[in-house]
Ligand binder design. Sequence first.
Ligand SMILES: NC(=O)C1=CN([C@@H]2O[C@H](COP(=O)(O)OP(=O)(O)OC[C@H]3O[C@@H](n4cnc5c(N)ncnc54)[C@H](O)[C@@H]3O)[C@@H](O)[C@H]2O)C=CC1
Ligand SMILES: O=C(O)C1=NCCCC1
Length: 308
Amino acid sequence: SMSPPVLYCIAQLLDVAELISRLEAVMGEFSQRGAGLVQPVRSVVPLQKHGGFLGLMPAYLAHEDILCTKMVAFYQREQGSSLPTTQATVLLFDPVSGVVSAVMDGEVITARRTAAVSAISAKLLMPRHAEILCLLGSGHQAVSHYEVFTQAFTFKEVRVWSRSKERAEEFARAAGGPVTVCPSVKEAVEGADVIVTATNASEPLLFGKWVKSGAHVAAVGACRPDWRELDDDLMRDAVVYVDSREGAAAESGDVILSGAEVFAELGEMINGSMPAQRDKTTVFKSLGMGIQDAVSAKLVYDKWKSQQ
Ligand SMILES: NC(=O)C1=CN([C@@H]2O[C@H](COP(=O)(O)OP(=O)(O)OC[C@H]3O[C@@H](n4cnc5c(N)ncnc54)[C@H](O)[C@@H]3O)[C@@H](O)[C@H]2O)C=CC1
Ligand SMILES: O=C(O)C1=NCCCC1
């Protein structure tokens, strides 16, 4: 039997505009809870000895016949560690036979689809005429959110804060446009219209008292039930949206420990069954979903195939 292709340099194969449109469709379909879409909540295997986790993220999309799973290892690293926080591999299958059609690097898929989902949320929830984007963290997700958000929207100012000033300065140098490096979270977020939290923190670092009324927060980190990025005030005062209610109830420390009510899923807003409360302060709590990886992997595979 033939070995499946192993696709590693896939950045050119995953177009952001196409990805956003596929993600909008699949997130809407997910929130209808139809039988055509099968995606269990992520299985997470704790690696207590090593401060890490292995997440398994299978999904089957019957309408498009996409069968996929991502395997993602994520670790809380010591500051200054050269090892990545997140490492992922994606397997795409032929659902007719069960044969693996392709093995793919999950890094680009994870970075880009997460930022694209946040952009879908921001499009619906950020203040009209948003001018200031603030990124907390300067890692992979901060970079992909910078790229996707500055491609999708126009901001007058982009700010970054990171634990390490040097990393924040490096981020600003590498960015494709002007970025202001801020010395503290407070100074970074004050007056910001859109705030992306993309850190590996397990304690709150973004406090509601600093957040401008009406701002939109895309909260990407804190993916364990006892990890936080946002404080109770922010969670309770904001209208809270999630990617998946089941996912948030199982994995989001910010939701579980604050006791905040989840107002709606992103897909419910997309479907129009729940409103986008753009005038209020809003939080989109993102955990990541297998269906997002599945549509991404299919786009990559189809583009690769078309070039063979
Ligand atoms: N919602 C989703 O779909 C996804 C969420 N994630 C999560 O997003 C977060 C960021 O991931 P990557 O950018 O890939 O990681 P990364 O390692 O590239 O960057 C992590 C950033 O967090 C900062 N950081 C780490 N610990 C911190 C702390 N205690 N306080 C403040 N800053 C801290 C680091 O300095 C760095 O800037 C992780 O928590 C990861 O698990 C990752 C992939 C998808
Ligand atoms: O959706 C993902 O991919 C991840 N979510 C949170 C943990 C790291 C990977």
